[in-house]
Design a protein around this ligand. Structure first.
Ligand code: FMN
Length: 375
């Protein structure tokens, strides 16, 4: 499908500009946010997954970040329906996804994922594997219930991320995104609540960033210099929405600087509502601060395109709801470079095409029932 843009639309003018992440030209500013769908039995993305992603690329999404996909480590995940990014059949399935997205005119990166202490042992695909993390602590727990990773565990996981990135490049993806957000393994190291280590991987924010930076450096070493490496991070965690990695811009800078130095080309700053200022005294959101502090390309995300009623139901009556104009203002000021859209795009595969053509009245409102099928 050819996506028509409306020359009169401000959204089209601002969102349809290409942008460059390292060696990759992304045709416009709209990204699909990574969303776990669990429609890949045996960890293999099938034809339905191919059409799910390619349909959105053909309808104008410039960059698809796939759902989280497990790296090749026995403790990486806990569902046999989440796609894996290792194994011959799994990678063959992914290669078809990448090819179809390219045929639709889009670009695509896999989101590489290790869930760490979120894992409930006993679940497939590797039922015997323990839950592992920096200190064996689940979010909110004070007693360890999992394995505190030793050096050989750390090395294995770093290698697994690097191998997945090398495979991504080999099978035709345009880059990779490392999942460092939402309380999963990499974030468990970044956050003091789950990282109580007293070795080089724990302590101050820079030490807590060491594991993530080593993953980035190992990935960087295994892929071409021009292959984009994106790092997703968040303040909030699953089960701890108020958690924070950084209370001040200075603390945030301490975390982001080593990641940028290790080779991150773009950051994906995950927030639940993009218009919320991150720190007192400035309107900048987390993505805006990330760009200001690192100078790297940055993707913002959080309730873009969801209708006001839905956000109010989540955030409480009286919450301020910002429409797309505020987002466009921020993009126009280069507060960040791209915008990722999650639920609105899950609901409406044509979301990008409609927004780019100023057909906003045709957008389908989000309904959680959309989670039940892959269309
Ligand atoms: C069903 C669902 C699955 C998700 N899975 C992931 C995931 O695998 N990786 C990730 O980083 N974020 C995941 N997220 C978070 C989204 O990427 C996004 O940040 C969040 O939905 C906010 O964007 P939205 O308001 O546009 O939906 C998921 C969200 C949803 C709704």
């Amino acid at each position: 499908m050819t996506v028509t843009t409306s020359p009169t639309s401000r959204a089209a003018q601002i969102l349809s500009r290409p942008t460059v992440i390292n060696g990759l030209t992304v045709p416009n500013r709209i990204a699909m946010a990574p969303m776990t769908r669990m429609f890949s039995p045996g960890g293999i993305p099938g034809e339905d997954v191919v059409s799910y992603y390619s349909r959105r690329a053909a309808a104008g999404v410039g960059l698809i970040v796939t759902e989280g996909t497990y790296v090749g480590h026995d403790s990486a995940g806990e569902s046999d329906r989440v796609p894996r990014f290792h194994g011959e059949e799994q990678l063959a399935g992914w290669a078809k996804v990448a090819e179809a997205v390219h045929a639709g005119g889009g670009t695509i990166v896999p989101q590489l994922w290790h869930i760490g202490m979120v894992r409930q042992p006993g679940k497939p695909p590797y039922a015997e594997a323990p839950a592992v993390g920096p200190s064996g602590l689940r979010i909110g727990a004070e007693e360890a219930t999992g394995k505190a990773m030793n050096q050989s565990d750390l090395d294995d996981v770093i290698d697994a991320f690097a191998q997945a990135a090398a495979d991504a490049e080999r099978i035709g993806f345009d880059g990779v995104e490392i999942h460092g957000a939402h309380g999963y393994l990499v974030d468990q190291f970044l956050w003091a609540g789950t990282n109580r280590r007293t070795d080089a991987y724990g302590g101050d924010p820079v030490a807590r960033t060491k594991f993530a930076a080593e993953i980035v450096a190992a990935v960087r070493e295994k892929v071409s210099a021009s292959f984009p490496v994106i790092f997703r991070y968040s303040q909030w965690k699953q089960d701890a929405y108020d958690a924070r990695l950084a209370e001040t811009p200075e603390e945030l800078e301490a975390i982001l600087t080593p990641l940028a130095a290790a080779g991150v080309d773009a950051f994906h700053a995950s927030t639940r509502r993009y218009w919320i200022p991150e720190f007192d005294g400035s309107d900048l959101n987390l993505a805006g601060w990330t760009k200001k502090l690192t100078g790297k390309s940055v993707i913002t995300v959080g309730s873009v395109g969801l209708n006001g009623d839905f956000i109010k139901a989540l955030a409480g009556e009286g919450s301020e709801v910002k429409g797309i104009d505020d987002l466009l203002d921020r993009l126009e000021r280069d507060e960040f470079d791209m915008v990722a859209v999650g639920r609105a795009l899950l609901q409406d595969p044509e979301w990008a095409a409609k927004v780019l053509a100023d057909r906003l009245d045709e957008l389908k409102p989000y309904d959680a029932a959309a989670l039940k099928s892959l269309s």
